[in-house]
Design a protein around this ligand. Structure first.
Ligand code: DI6
Ligand code: FE
Length: 400
């Protein structure tokens, strides 16, 4: 028996077989036990008996938003480093001088689980206030086994305090911790042989990520991480080609990664490899903006080869202190020239795909979890066009 119905709404269903956003001008959604059982024209709605009926008064309903790439759990902040960057220092210079990611590692190690929970909740609440119903959260500011586990436990724990889906990713291969004294290979061995198996055993991570970059880890080191993840049955994803083209996108495709993220320096062959593998290209305009990067991801090539494109906040203390997916859509449109449809698909269906969850969330279709964002807008473009304005009317997760 249906328990709740939203009627008199404009739907952006994002249904895979539909054109563009899959708009239904006068639509209804029927929910039963937290699942969508009908999403389509109100005129064709099935009999709903005594279900509660909500009149949406013409508002737009999209799938609940999905932020598929964040580093939400960390200690401290990097406002001081931001000031140094404003004074002329580059991100790479700061990283090489022992600042950057490593300064967040010090603060994260020093923080208690309660501290980390409190600071992450404040950021999570900003996302939720804009209609986000699922968030991916990476570790990667602990970089030793206890601190990485601490961050993953905090991330998982957020789902008990807020009505939100949390997906966790182990990013032990994010940076070299100070105690490794420059020995990247030895550290990667610890990531693969100690940290990852222990984290897998406790089911603390749903996937494994790495930062493949000159200032981080090489292609060969990333391959070792990926091979171990595959052996443990964990899907992989990659921070690829953000600052230079190490051909990380092609590597991610070779391992059938869920996603390859950043991609500012990816070439056409990399874009084609992603498309062929079905690996989602996750664009992160917040980091592009914050670093005043000028080399853009190969959007035309991704389109030409038919790659899936998602966008995410990359919320992190260094390169993207951003907790707004609405702002991220605006940035993706203005900076990368994504269309409105690409932006909205990028924070719903394609972001769900990047998490391996597109069979459960990300569209308004029968059989999907009933996660909705109901917006006080007339045109879907308004979600992308405004800057710093939140038109969310209501947020529904699992039918509530
Ligand atoms: N790429 C990024 O943009 C973040 N991590 C990564 O691998 C930056 C993380 C930081 O600077 O704290
Ligand atoms: Fe990131």
């Amino acid at each position: 028996m249906a328990d709740i119905v939203w009627r008199n709404a404009q739907l952006a269903t994002l249904a895979s077989d539909a054109e563009g956003l899959g708009i239904v001008a006068k639509g209804a959604i029927v929910c039963e036990s937290g699942q969508i059982v009908y999403a389509g024209p109100e005129a064709d709605m099935p009999y709903v008996g005594s279900a509660r009926v909500v009149d949406c008064e013409g508002r737009l309903i999209t799938p609940g938003l999905v932020d598929c790439h964040t580093h939400l759990v960390y200690g401290g902040d990097r406002a001081q480093e931001f000031e140094m960057r404003l004074a002329g220092a580059s991100y790479e210079e700061i990283a090489r001088a022992g600042g950057g990611i490593v300064s967040s590692v010090r603060a994260t190690r020093a923080a208690s689980e309660a501290d980390l929970n409190r600071s992450a909740l404040r950021r999570l609440d900003h996302l939720i206030a804009e209609g986000v119903t699922t968030v991916e959260i990476k570790s990667g500011y602990g970089l030793d086994i206890d601190s990485e586990m601490k961050c993953l436990r905090v991330a998982r724990g957020l789902a008990h305090e807020r009505d939100v889906g949390i997906v966790t990713t182990f990013l032990g291969a994010h940076a070299l911790p100070p105690e490794a004294q420059g020995d990247k290979d030895a550290y990667i061995a610890r990531v693969c042989d100690e940290m990852m198996p222990a984290i897998a055993r406790l089911h603390l991570a749903d996937a494994v990520d790495a930062f493949c970059e000159g200032i981080a880890f090489s292609i060969a080191q990333t391959e070792r991480v990926f091979q171990r993840a595959k052996a443990l049955g964990l899907p992989v994803k990659l921070h690829a080609d953000q600052l230079s083209n190490l051909h990380g996108a092609a590597l991610a495709a070779r391992f059938n990664a869920l996603s390859a993220d950043h991609l500012e320096h990816t070439d056409e062959a990399g874009a084609q490899a992603l498309a062929r593998a079905g690996t989602v290209a996750v664009l992160l305009p917040g980091a592009f903006y914050m670093l005043r990067e000028t080399h853009k991801p190969p959007v035309e090539a991704l389109r030409k080869h038919g790659a899936y494109i998602a966008i995410a906040t990359d919320s992190n203390p260094g390169t993207s202190p951003l907790t707004s997916l609405l702002m991220t859509m605006n940035m993706a449109a203005t900076l990368f020239r994504l269309t409105v449809d690409e932006c909205i698909a990028g924070v719903t269906r394609e972001a769900a795909r990047a998490l391996g969850l597109v069979d459960r969330i990300g569209t308004l279709e029968a059989g999907k979890q009933c996660d909705l964002a109901i917006w006080d807008v007339v045109r879907p473009a308004e979600l992308v066009y405004r800057i710093g304005f939140n038109p969310l009317h209501a947020r529904v997760r699992m039918g509530r």
